[in-house]
Design a protein around this ligand. Structure first.
Ligand SMILES: *Cc1c(COP(=O)(O)O)cnc(C)c1O
Length: 354
């Protein structure tokens, strides 16, 4: 740390992204990317946009905003497109929380919530998940805090029904509820329709997972006009051109070719069920995942050891060195071939451990 670093940030612990190794080719099941390339239309429109890089992009990201609005059947003024959904989550912390208006989220959830709270000097409360890693909705009712819920949750993969989230929204009319739906396309129930009914709900989604576009950095939020307007104030005070030209057009291409995303999600769900069954056959236990990953542990094969041995054999998964979940690994669902390789390698590791 330099002597020039602002006192404001000295105590900040930044987010630790999953490994993105460049030194060798792993079977990469550690950061919940899609194993499939982006849609052809996304590649085509994104590449075409590179021909006009001398020009700033549209600060309103109008074409994509309108396309998303049409897809979700909401007003374009109720949509805000951002540089990954991480950006809109940060906007939400900045716009809707402060020292007097603290926030709350689960003790085991997306690690960035805590970082954004600390970055922005916002007091936060971590609400413990139940023993089985499910959320107790009662813990979130009427707390008068800004609530952040990943639904389905990460890294547990567990989803709450829309009705339950609606109860939480209703119980907290004076504070915002942010529902992070990064994984909703893999079997969850989206709360987007509720944004028309409640002025205190923000739903965020991303092109990073189901749409195979993690490298493009594209996310968005859907909420009432007023909430979107507040977050636009933050956007235009930090980075008005937050979406680059190629990303915007690639996003449009992805929406045009919606059936490609739907098919890929279906394949991931099938591969997830296959992998879950195989791992259970080997004695693993796991949560009921509605995402593109499994959260699994074994009674005799320690989580950290499994992570290290898989890595040594060329397969990367995500291990969190955190109390309560240190025996688990989060395994991204890839192609059928990748999942077969994972199962075979786990079998070898279990043989060797005998
Ligand atoms: C991946 C992820 C995000 C952010 O993804 P972006 O790539 O920034 O769009 C947000 N929330 C959760 C729970 C995630 O897993």
């Amino acid at each position: 740390m330099s002597k020039f670093f602002s006192n404001k940030y000295k105590a900040l612990t930044p987010y630790t992204p999953g490994e993105q190794p460049t030194e060798m080719k792993y079977i990469k099941l550690n950061t919940n990317e899609s194993p499939f390339p982006p849609s052809k239309k996304a590649i085509e429109l994104g590449a075409k946009a590179l021909e006009s890089l001398e020009l700033y992009p549209d600060p309103e990201c109008g074409e994509l905003t309108r396309a998303l609005a049409e897809y979700y059947e909401v007003d374009p003024e109720c949509v805000l497109v951002t540089n990954g959904s991480d950006e809109i989550l940060n906007f939400a912390f900045m716009a809707f929380c402060d020292k007097e208006h603290p926030c709350a989220f689960a003790d085991i959830t997306y690690g960035f919530y805590k970082v954004f709270a600390e970055l922005n000097g916002i007091p936060y409360r971590e609400i413990p998940l139940k023993e089985d890693f499910t959320i107790d909705p009662a813990d979130y009712m009427g707390t008068d805090e800004t609530i952040f819920i990943a639904n389905p949750n990460a890294p547990t993969g567990i989803a709450l029904p829309r009705d339950t989230i609606e109860e939480i929204i209703k119980s907290n009319p004076n504070r915002i509820v942010v529902v992070d739906e990064a994984y909703v396309d893999f079997g969850g129930e989206s709360c987007v329709p509720l944004t028309k009914k409640y002025d205190n709900l923000l739903v965020t989604q991303t092109f990073s997972k189901s749409r195979s576009m993690a490298g493009a950095r594209l996310g968005y939020g859907i909420a009432s006009k007023e909430l979107i307007c507040d977050m636009n104030t933050i956007k235009y005070s930090t980075n008005p051109y937050n979406i680059n030209r190629a990303t915007m057009y690639a996003g449009l291409g992805s929406l045009i070719e919606q059936e490609y995303t739907d098919k890929n999600c279906q394949t991931i769900i099938e591969n997830r069920e296959y992998t879950a069954k195989e791992l259970k056959g080997l004695g693993f236990y796991m949560t009921d995942s509605k995402t593109n990953f499994l959260f699994a542990a074994h009674p005799t094969l320690e989580g950290g050891k499994l992570y290290r041995e898989l890595k040594a054999k060329g397969i990367l998964v995500r291990h969190f060195d955190k109390e309560r979940i240190s025996n688990y690994n989060r395994i991204t669902i890839g192609t059928k071939e990748q999942m077969k390789a994972l199962i075979d390698t786990v079998k070898v590791i279990m043989e060797e451990a005998k």
